[in-house]
Design a protein. Structure first.
Length: 150
């Protein structure tokens, strides 16, 4: 085969450090746009970035040459650095160490986009911790709750 054809969609979820509610109305649109720009630097597409004050969801399409671990390392490091450089008053801002990454089929992409777009409403009923544990369980991912929130 002369060419490689992929449609690698990944739903990524991660929290602010210690789940601190630090993504406020001023920061949110700028931070999420900046994160989309980082994904574009990898020749990827951030189909949606949204979240609440203490966590973020992204639906990403990355090229096969970009491992998700590398993309997350750069995305989290650079976006945190950017916040510190742009707002000296936000020196405590940071991301949790880990993340959740879940594959998404094209046939389910519109449902995931709706879900990510409705985060504020969704989290009036369900906490981030409950949501994240449910994702791990739904995807058959084993975890040890002693280490999950670091």
């Amino acid at each position: 085969m002369a060419h490689t054809f992929t449609n690698l969609l990944t739903h990524v979820i991660f929290s602010t450090k210690d789940r601190t509610p630090s993504i406020d109305a001023e920061l949110k649109p700028q931070l999420f746009a900046y994160m989309g720009g980082i994904v574009r630097e990898y020749n990827g597409t951030a189909l949606m970035v949204n979240g609440t004050p203490d966590h973020v969801h992204l639906l990403l399409r990355l090229p096969p040459s970009v491992p998700i671990a590398e993309a997350m390392r750069v995305l989290k490091t650079n976006s945190s650095r950017w916040v510190h450089e742009k707002w000296s008053s936000r020196s405590a801002f940071g991301w949790q160490t880990g993340y959740g990454a879940f594959s998404v089929s094209q046939s389910n992409a519109s449902a995931v986009l709706r879900y990510i777009g409705n985060q504020e409403e969704h989290h009036q009923k369900v906490s981030f911790q409950e949501e994240f544990i449910a994702y791990l369980q739904r995807h058959g991912i084993e975890y040890d709750e002693r280490y999950i929130w670091q």
